[in-house]
Design a protein around this ligand. Structure first.
Ligand SMILES: NC(=O)c1ccc[n+]([C@@H]2O[C@H](COP(=O)([O-])OP(=O)(O)OC[C@H]3O[C@@H](n4cnc5c(N)ncnc54)[C@H](OP(=O)(O)O)[C@@H]3O)[C@@H](O)[C@H]2O)c1
Length: 307
């Protein structure tokens, strides 16, 4: 029987259960995808931990878990024209993707998977890919910019920082010591997060100015950006709820579409960008996989696979 990961109570990852259920069927305009890999996102954690956060995301019990997936088209619903049987695809199915099968509308958040992309990378791309594109676009980077990017080795940060490098800007990325060499290999200047961040950034850039900031972790980056003289309208945060209260932007993944995601997937397939896979878990160990994400220091993505 096909497996599906769900939770029936809020509180912790301990409530995630792998259950068996009938194979779903696609309705008109929908496709059934046999999921090979599904990346995990912090929003899943927020949803299974607390009813309030879950309600804001439209989650009710019992709920599936996982947003992103990659796999093969297994069945076509009536009238489907954009996809064919057996085609490899990637996409997003909110709170349903950690499963053997997922049903998505053909005109939803699903695109063809470029051949060279592994299922692990493709299945991790939906949320972080759209978000990285949208956040970088929100601050309109140019060669003369120096941008501070927080959590630059994390899922969103590692893509956003590389896109910022591609824009020609000088990119400073916050990370733990163990990720500094990795960031340097991507053309990103690493800096430790934590108290004194603005001073450490100043030391790195001599007389130059930081002109923009992308916050992927919390208040600290916004404060540091302000201390460094970044105009608030060139600060975007995806991590501070109500960042707009500071005047900062709050542009997230919803501001990017399927074309943006396809462009990003092609860049990854051409090795122009990398999305590191931190770790891979079988679907039976989904709760453990979330434990790894909860620990807060993943490089790239944690992925659950079905085979
Ligand atoms: N609004 C949206 O559309 C949207 C979309 C996606 C995500 N988000 C939110 O954006 C945030 C980032 O998502 P993500 O998927 O990139 O998360 P993630 O992959 O779990 O981020 C992990 C990274 O966080 C870094 N980190 C840990 N402690 C830190 C600290 N004190 N200061 C700075 N960085 C620290 C780690 O760095 P080291 O390993 O180097 O220590 C690690 O690389 C989450 O809050 C998520 O909910 C929002």
């Amino acid at each position: 029987m096909p497996r599906f990961v769900q939770f029936e109570e809020f509180g912790s990852r301990d409530y995630l259960q792998v259950v068996e259920r009938e194979r779903p069927w696609p309705g008109p305009g929908q496709i059934l995808v046999r999921v090979m890999a599904a990346g995990l996102n912090p929003m899943d954690i927020k949803a299974y931990r607390a009813e309030g956060a879950a309600a804001r995301m439209g989650v009710t019990l019992p709920s599936g878990i996982g947003q992103d997936f990659a796999g093969f088209v297994e069945e076509l619903g009536e009238g489907v024209t954009r996809f064919e049987l057996g085609q490899a695809v990637l996409g997003t199915a909110p709170f349903a993707s950690i499963a053997d099968f997922v049903v998505v509308p053909e005109d939803g958040q699903v695109i063809a998977k470029p051949d060279p992309l592994t299922f692990e990378v493709a299945g991790s791309l939906g949320v972080v890919g759209r978000t990285a594109v949208a956040t970088v676009r929100s601050i309109d980077l140019h060669e003369r910019d120096t941008v501070l990017v927080s959590a630059a080795a994390g899922g969103v940060g590692v893509l956003a920082a590389q896109l910022a490098v591609r824009s020609g800007a000088t990119v400073i990325g916050t990370a733990g010591e163990e990720n500094h060499e990795f960031l340097e290999s991507l053309g990103i200047i690493p800096v430790a997060y934590g108290e004194g961040l603005a001073d450490r950034v100043r030391e790195l850039i001599d007389d130059d100015h930081v002109t923009a900031a992308l916050d992927n972790h919390g208040e600290e980056t916004i404060q540091a950006a302000l201390e460094l003289g970044v105009p608030i309208e060139r600060v975007n945060s995806i991590a501070v709820f109500g960042a707009a209260a500071h005047g900062a932007k709050n542009v997230g993944g919803r501001a990017a579409g399927n074309d943006d995601l396809a462009e990003l997937a092609d860049l990854l397939a051409e090795n122009e960008l990398v999305l590191p896979i931190d770790s891979i878990y079988p679907i039976e160990r989904t709760a453990e996989a979330y434990g790894r994400l909860e620990a807060g220091h993943v490089r790239g993505k944690v992925v659950v696979v079905t085979d």
